[in-house]
Ligand binder design. Structure first.
Ligand code: SF4
Ligand code: SF4
Length: 349
């Protein structure tokens, strides 16, 4: 009520709430494994990931104090100040912002255990540390926020990790978020463990599950994931797909092109065949981050061709929803630029 009155006064005083800010500054946070950050984005000049609570291990958060701190950051934006860590971020935008205290953007990234051992996983670099570190339980902390009536729909909730379905609090957490009206939850799962909460979210059209299978054959799957759950994952994908309501493409298979393990047209063909057979009409395409970093900007032409090939497959199989994640999207929009850089390098040799 107080927030509504305040906003009416602002209107009366003709003070505009139009300024440059972003959804995470206004109403979001990212639960990481050692702290609570504002967001999880870091590919821009300022580096993002501003820490809101340092050295965090699951203690109860004083949410009133948390919102007070957020209001201070919001005030800076109102005065036209861009936070250092936000400089250059594509998510900054000028628009009308409300002045209310609530959360509708959350990212959960606070655990690292998984039932796969992907060669490209960030946990490989310090596998002992990541395998042994203890999870902390966010459920009571988020429940308090929910009990205060401070969680709303209309934003975006993301689960990364680690494998979310392995988290003991995952099922009650997703159910609570759905009960709070969250209508856009995205779970990146290995697909090895079936989750009834994912099934519920998918059936209600409020949760997207993305499973990166990266392969169309058990051999390639095992070579990349270093576990032998290929058939189990496709079985679970089919069960999730069966839970979808009509015209809601909430189950996505993902193919990360990862040379030299799966960079062939044959693998892509088989991946699409299995996707369609599972009743899925939505895919995500990307290029592996580490390989991309090492090869940019001299990415061989055949990788661009594979992306084109995969895109053609999406048309052939009448996919209803196709997403190109970060690297793939960047490569597609900068192909000509990279080509020129390559030509210049060759002519300078
Ligand atoms: S502007 Fe970008 S870096 Fe800053 S909080 Fe928003 S998403 Fe994060
Ligand atoms: S499924 Fe994800 S979290 Fe698990 S090992 Fe693979 S990349 Fe890492």
């Amino acid at each position: 009520m107080f927030e509504k009155i305040k906003s009416l006064f602002r209107k009366k005083e003709n003070l505009s709430n139009r300024y440059v800010s972003c959804e995470y500054i206004q109403h979001g946070f990212n639960v990481d494994y050692e702290d609570i950050k504002m967001c999880c984005f870091n590919c821009h000049e300022g580096g993002g990931r501003q820490i809101l609570i340092d050295n965090y291990k699951g203690e109860m958060i004083n949410w009133d104090k948390f919102f007070k701190e957020k209001r201070k950051l919001r005030e800076l934006n109102k005065r036209g100040i861009t936070l250092e860590r936000c400089k250059g971020c594509i998510f900054l935008k000028e628009r009308e912002w409300d002045d209310e205290d609530y959360i509708n953007y959350m990212v959960f990234n606070h655990w690292t255990q998984c039932n796969c051992k992907c060669r490209y996983c960030f946990t490989n670099e310090q596998s002992d540390y990541f395998n042994q570190r203890k999870n902390y339980n966010m459920y009571p902390v988020i429940k308090k926020l929910a009990d205060m009536g401070k969680i709303r729909g209309g934003g975006e909730i993301g689960f990364g990790g680690g494998e979310p379905a392995l988290l003991p609090e995952f099922e009650p957490m997703v159910n609570m978020l759905l009960d709070c009206g969250c209508d856009n939850i995205r779970v990146h799962s290995s697909g090895v463990k079936y989750s009834k909460a994912i099934e519920r979210g998918v059936s209600e059209g409020k949760l997207i599950v993305v499973v990166s299978v990266d392969s169309g054959t058990p051999q390639t799957y095992e070579n990349i994931k270093r576990v032998n759950h290929f058939n189990k994952v496709w079985e679970n994908l089919e069960k999730y797909a069966n839970a979808q309501t009509q015209n809601k493409y909430k189950v996505k298979t993902k193919f990360i092109i990862f040379p030299p393990y799966n960079d062939t047209k044959e693998e892509i063909d088989k991946f699409f065949e299995l996707t369609v057979r599972a009743g899925i009409r939505s895919v995500v395409l990307d290029v592996e981050a580490m390989w991309y970093g090492q090869n940019k900007p001299n990415i061989p032409d055949y990788i661009y061709d594979l992306l084109d090939y995969a895109e053609n497959k999406t048309k052939e199989f009448d996919m209803k929803d196709v997403e190109f994640y970060d690297r793939a999207s960047h490569m597609r929009s900068h192909r000509e630029e990279y080509k020129k850089l390559k030509e210049n390098e060759q002519s300078n040799c």
